[in-house]
Design a protein around this ligand. Structure first.
Ligand SMILES: [Fe+2]
Length: 604
């Protein structure tokens, strides 16, 4: 069974499954270099089609993640084009208010459809043609004045257009293409891709919203997934988006910066902000629900703007992080007790928060937690494949090296512009690392998701404090308060990382405390203020060459880890192809680039 699915919203992607195994998963941003690209993932789909053609295979089924989407948000590509302040105007309008769906999530609920007010219509007319996008694959001509006050019609017409485009591109008839509910995709990705696939557990999905829901809770018993509850009320995703804007950051992109800033806040001020949030929502049965605001005349944005206006940026960051951690831990503890489950899977944008995941992992009654790589919307296309494969065996992901691979690298051409040396073993790479050099690693397939896992990485020894400053100045120009991460060999990791439950974290999705006496050996890959770490705990079969490289580094230095951050220039998506990798080398102070463990490339 060959299944191709797409996510055509925020951080668009395409994934290919063959006989229950995910073979390819690609993000469109890597091809078009627009971070978190929103829209039809043309190049990613084409890459899958080329693969099928080469293997002489035909598609059986296809799927589109998310049944209903707001066409205005997609046309203007708000998450690519908006400045933080633009979101304030968007949220003030009533564009989205009637995008409710029926209980089974399949049909737009026209009964609840309401007319838009004059100011919303004026705003839509102003912005619908405002942005010139570099890449546009959908035809939005249906968004005209005739339907500007018929929101239920515009989502149906957009649905038709999405189906038309995908069907004609892949050459599969429309009846073999299914739309799949947003949170169902999150849940199926979280469960089937993980090492808990096949085991009893709870699945929780929480995000900023999709197909009319913001939270779902599932129970898995005897390999059967049962939806316990879902709601459109859970406000956590909204809080984070609003706070991004209040701190002049980009929502759906910079939330991790708030998480990174949180540990710097003093407890007193953190607690004060937490108190401001208390009472805004409550846990009821399986749901986190928003309560009515005390001042009904204000929007949630205006309400929080007013409430938080006297707090500093660090206190707000610390407060929202602590409030989120406490609330989610309380909710998960409650559902674990209620269902008597001991295992937990989280999926959806909120579960990108590694610090929150750390707190969940420390719940006493929880035995095992698994958060798959990049639990945000980019992984919806993988979840959609798992959904369409239901009734047949679906395999967990072996690793995340599922992206683009350069078929042929023209070494001769590279040697004309760069100093190039062929290497027979790891020794020359170790020599560079040992001497404190910052190296770029380009190997095989690109990793799927937000984290570099050794194939498109910047590596350095993790025990030198200056490394953070050096990398920031040499390549990344990233925010001074943000931590880097490490890759560490599983067999030695407990000497450096506190992991009492022996949890697996191959995709850098869990935070851990460090073993204080050994912190100095991995210090530049930990949070500079609280010493926590977001490690890739590496097993041999995950990435054999990368494993051997770190093993060799360990033999020389007694440190079984390397600092690992993504190979990209500031503001650009992670490097995809060799051309982008060489561009990164040329336009940074990287000391060298390793290609497929065979060549060391340096600037002339
Ligand atoms: Fe989502």
């Amino acid at each position: 069974m060959k299944i191709l699915c797409i996510q055509d919203g925020h951080n668009a992607s395409a994934s290919l499954m063959i006989n229950g195994e995910i073979i390819l998963a690609l993000q469109e941003e890597r091809f078009n270099e627009i971070k978190n690209y929103t829209g039809y993932p043309y190049e990613s789909v084409q890459y899958c089609l080329n693969f099928l053609k080469k293997e002489k295979l035909n598609l059986d089924l296809a799927g589109i993640a998310s049944t209903f989407k707001n066409p205005y948000g997609d046309k203007i590509k708000m998450f690519n084009n908006f400045k933080p302040s633009d979101f304030k105007n968007w949220w003030k309008t009533k564009i989205n208010f009637n995008y409710f769906v029926t209980k089974i999530g399949q049909k737009a609920n026209f009964v609840k459809n309401k007319k838009r007010d004059k100011s919303t219509i004026k705003y839509l007319k102003e912005i619908r043609n405002k942005y010139k996008n570099k890449f546009e694959h959908y035809d939005y001509k249906f968004l005209n004045d005739n339907i500007i006050n018929k929101p239920h019609l515009e989502i149906e017409l957009f649905k038709n257009e999405r189906l038309r485009k995908f069907s004609s591109h892949i050459g599969l008839s429309k009846d073999k293409i299914e739309f799949i509910d947003h949170h169902t995709c999150h849940a199926f990705y979280g469960y089937y891709s993980s090492n808990l696939n096949g085991k009893d557990c709870i699945i929780s999905t929480i995000d900023g919203g999709g197909d009319g829901y913001k939270q779902t809770t599932w129970s898995v018993k005897n390999k059967k997934l049962k939806l316990l509850s879902r709601n459109n009320s859970c406000p956590l995703g909204k809080y984070w988006k609003i706070i991004c804007v209040l701190l002049s950051l980009k929502p759906m992109e910079h939330e991790y910066k708030i998480m990174g800033l949180a540990p710097y806040a003093k407890k007193k001020y953190t607690d004060e902000v937490v108190r401001e949030f208390k009472g805004l929502c409550e846990i009821k049965k399986y749901d986190i629900l928003e309560k009515k605001l005390s001042n009904k005349s204000l929007s949630l944005y205006e309400f929080l703007e007013k409430k938080l206006s006297n707090y500093r940026f660090d206190a707000i960051s610390g407060g929202i992080q602590k409030f989120t951690e406490d609330l989610v831990v309380k909710y998960i503890t409650k559902i674990l007790k209620k269902t008597k489950h001991k295992n937990f899977v989280g999926s959806g944008g909120l579960y990108m928060n590694v610090k929150m995941n750390k707190m969940i992992s420390e719940i006493d009654i929880l035995k095992n937690i698994f958060i798959s790589g990049s639990a945000g919307d980019e992984s919806l296309s993988i979840g959609a494949c798992y959904f369409l494969n239901k009734g047949r065996k679906s395999l967990p992901l072996k690793n995340l090296y599922l992206g683009f691979k350069e078929e042929k690298i023209d070494i001769k051409k590279i040697s004309m512009k760069f100093r190039l040396k062929e290497i027979k073993n790891f020794d020359p790479i170790i020599k560079e690392l040992e001497s404190g050099k910052i190296i770029g690693m380009y190997n095989g397939r690109t990793e799927f998701g937000a984290r570099s896992l050794g194939n498109r990485s910047i590596l350095a020894r993790p025990d030198l404090k200056d490394t953070v400053k050096n990398i920031n100045e040499a390549v990344k120009n990233r925010d001074f308060w943000m931590p880097f991460a490490i890759s560490i060999l599983k067999k030695h990791h407990k000497k450096f990382i506190s992991n009492k439950k022996s949890l697996e974290s191959p995709h850098m999705t869990l935070g851990f405390d460090t073993v204080k006496k050994n912190l100095k050996y991995i210090v530049s890959g930990t949070h500079p203020y609280d010493g926590t770490v977001r490690p890739q705990i590496l097993e041999k079969n995950f990435n054999i060459n990368y494993y051997k490289l770190i093993e060799k580094f360990y033999k020389k230095t007694k440190i079984p880890a390397l600092l690992n951050t993504s190979l990209n220039l500031h503001g650009k998506p992670m490097v995809n192809n060799i051309k982008q990798a060489l561009y990164t080398l040329s336009n940074s102070k990287l000391d060298c680039l390793i290609i497929n463990y065979k060549y060391i490339v340096k600037k002339k």
